[in-house]
Design a protein around this ligand. Structure first.
Ligand SMILES: *Cc1c(COP(=O)(O)O)cnc(C)c1O
Length: 219
């Protein structure tokens, strides 16, 4: 299968109203351009350096999402242009994004990344931390960010029931926070589990290898 067939197959599987974030990490700009030319405008990268290399070479109307761990000292590089930062996992990071967004006279959209996997994961807020941070935001503490939703990753396992249980934890939190202030985006699901994520309420999915093919980390 080539990229075009892959992309069209994914698009055909997505119900109306589900946002697709095409995850282009490790793949060359030519591949991103090919998917862009098919009509895709939203792309995800997980590393600041790779994003900074690709950004100048690609069309300016791409909406870039950062989906990987972000160090506070790197926020300044992407603040002028990033559409959404999906991987906000600390108060310190959220404060820094708000500050850098302000310097650029912008408001940056962010998602709180929440730990839902049973397996040990390095990044992400606990449920209680996410609630506390969202409350601070509702109270007006971060003036140049818009928390538009939540992001989570399920355990990497073949156990579909476990994966769905984990997605439903995030859906429940989404519904709860949505009572305090309206949220738009529930980002869950990747190439292997996006149908389950959608069943559990996701309205945005992050799909990489099912579009671009397997990633080669050997270089
Ligand atoms: C790489 C990555 C994806 C896409 O993974 P695939 O399995 O290739 O679809 C989604 N979300 C995050 C946070 C990622 O790092």
């Amino acid at each position: 299968m080539d990229i075009k067939e892959n992309y069209n197959a994914i698009k055909n599987q997505l119900p109306a109203g589900i946002q697709l974030v095409a995850v282009s990490k490790t793949h060359p700009v030519q591949a991103v351009q090919e998917v862009y030319d098919l009509g895709q405008k939203v792309f995800g990268e997980n590393k600041v350096q790779e994003l900074m290399e690709k950004y100048p070479l690609l069309p300016k109307d791409i909406q870039w999402h950062l989906i990987g761990h972000l160090q506070t000292n790197k926020v300044k590089y992407i603040a002028p242009f990033i559409d959404t930062i999906q991987s906000v996992d600390s108060e310190k990071l959220l404060a820094e994004i708000s500050k850098e967004a302000g310097k650029n006279s912008r408001t940056i959209k962010v998602l709180l990344q929440v730990k839902i996997a049973a397996e040990e994961t390095k990044f992400g807020l606990d449920i209680s931390e996410a609630k506390a941070l969202f409350q601070q935001y509702v109270d007006g503490r971060f003036s140049n960010v818009d928390i538009t939703g939540l992001m989570g990753m399920a355990t990497f396992t073949d156990d579909h029931e476990q994966v769905k249980r984990e997605f439903l934890i995030l859906k429940r939190l989404f519904d709860e926070l949505n009572q305090l202030k309206t949220l738009e985006t529930l980002s869950m699901g990747m190439s292997d589990d996006f149908p389950a994520a959608i069943e559990c309420g996701a309205n945005s999915v992050r799909v990489g290898s099912a579009i671009f093919g397997r990633r080669d980390y050997s270089e």
